[in-house]
Design a protein around this ligand. Structure first.
Ligand SMILES: [Zn+2]
Ligand SMILES: [Zn+2]
Length: 440
């Protein structure tokens, strides 16, 4: 297996802290808070471990960490222990470099209440967590997708839809089926913040939400697609090795995706509040959440199976694209429902017809039924007309037209009159009008 990378080039101290916070979250820590930059009180991050202990973390993005850093964190631990009498407090120091011999000895002396993580160990932790860090950013490398279907199942689906189209049984289509895994990240979050003015707190805002970000474009996923996948149980499976090349790689790192999500969240939860100032004047204040007001509760990178089926009937091509979640599909593209003549989209396959001459799938307005056999459909481009006096009759087959022509020619005047409904109607109208005129 390829060596996992841990490059931290170009990170400043704060970015290093953010990265460590991310790694800690993946290690199962909760309530992670990065303390304010300005107040260096011997702890950069405060969090809780799975046993509910309070954990103070000091991050040092430097080559060498000496004894004073340990002393300082020990001081912070003592302070926290006094503040929280009933809680255990422990510490961690993380560095991208090494600890001095003196520091290691001192830590031994004070009883190893503080865990020391140097650059090498940090690398091992990342390896265990299957994290690839490149220039301080967490790369998204996952192998999970929603439950997919097989190629045959996909073909069965298109056949099932196609079979509902009128006259489709006469024309077996040629189907090519392919799929890709689309990378996305699903994020669940909480936003909580107060807005203060000179008259005090005017708004206590608290809300939760979810967002899905496309791993290729970085844009928010279409809401319908998001709901299709994430509004009910997430049914996950591992992508088999043989389908590895179907995965479209994430173009964005976890950091970038989170960044984009946070920007959208800020935009979505910004709102205005009206209040009255001490001088009795009304104001409107814009309440904007800050990054630290947003708590990312869930960050799930996952692949969405997306099928691209092509179907050929005679020389006509049709495309169907749909997402798959187990036994459900969400169609984004369905040419079988679009009339090849007027290009209008219908909602039911039952409203469509296949032309046996050209393979066009057309709506009922653009198909004729053979007047002689009363069943064969034909598109309006290929319907074979036969003109009576004023009315046209249409045929799918030339032999049916000839047969009908013979019949027409054998009819007497009255029978022909009865057959040509337009002429018949005109005559009836003429007679009625004449009667009205005469009687008046
Ligand atoms: Zn049409
Ligand atoms: Zn046709």
């Amino acid at each position: 297996m390829k060596e996992k990378l841990l490059t931290l080039d170009g990170l400043d101290g704060y970015q290093f802290e953010e990265l460590i916070a991310k790694i800690m979250k993946k290690k199962g820590m909760s309530n992670i808070k990065i303390t304010k930059k300005s107040r260096d009180v011997g702890k950069d991050i405060i969090m809780e471990d799975s046993e509910d202990n309070l954990v103070l973390v000091e991050c040092k993005h430097q080559n060498f960490v000496g004894r004073p850093i340990i002393q300082k964190l020990q001081g912070a631990i003592n302070h926290e222990e006094q503040r929280n009498q009933n809680r255990n407090v422990r510490g961690i120091i993380v560095t991208s470099g090494n600890f001095s011999k003196e520091a290691l000895e001192y830590n031994e002396e004070i009883g190893q209440n503080i865990e020391l993580i140097d650059g090498t160990k940090l690398k091992e932790i990342c390896k265990e967590l299957k994290l690839v860090i490149l220039n301080g950013k967490v790369q998204v490398l996952i192998n999970e997708s929603f439950k997919n279907i097989s190629k045959n199942q996909s073909k069965d689906l298109i056949n099932k839809n196609y079979s509902k189209i009128y006259w489709s049984k006469e024309h077996k289509p040629n189907i090519k089926s392919n799929f890709e895994f689309i990378p996305v990240c699903y994020i669940k979050y909480l936003v909580k913040f107060d807005t203060n003015t000179s008259v005090g707190c005017i708004d206590s805002y608290s809300s939760s939400g979810e967002i899905a970000v496309d791993g290729v474009t970085g844009n928010e996923l279409n809401n319908e697609v998001k709901d299709f996948f994430f509004s009910s149980k997430i049914d996950i499976e591992q992508i088999k090795d043989e389908y590895g090349d179907k995965k479209i790689p994430f173009e964005f790192t976890e950091n970038d995706i989170e960044e984009r999500a946070i920007n959208s969240i800020i935009e979505e939860h910004t709102h205005s509040i009206g209040y009255t100032g001490n001088n009795n004047v009304s104001y409107v204040k814009e309440c904007i959440p800050k990054r630290r007001d947003i708590d990312i509760k869930k960050f799930v990178p996952i692949y969405l199976p997306y099928w691209d089926n092509n179907l050929i009937i005679k020389k006509m091509r049709y495309n169907q694209k749909f997402y798959v979640k187990g036994s459900n599909q969400f169609y984004t593209n369905d040419h079988l429902l679009i009339c090849k003549i007027c290009e209008k989209e219908k909602s039911e396959y039952e409203d469509m017809n296949v032309c046996p001459d050209c393979g066009r799938i057309v709506c009922n307005r653009h198909r004729k039924i053979d007047y002689f056999d009363k069943e064969t459909p034909i598109c309006t481009l290929h319907a074979k007309p036969f003109k009576l006096w004023l009315q046209n009759r249409y045929f799918a087959k030339i032999e049916n037209r000839n047969e009908y022509k013979r019949l027409w020619e054998s009819k007497n005047l009255l029978e022909r009159l009865y057959e040509d409904k337009i002429v018949l109607t005109l005559i009836v109208i003429f007679i009625i009008l004449s009667i009205i005129l005469i009687s008046s």
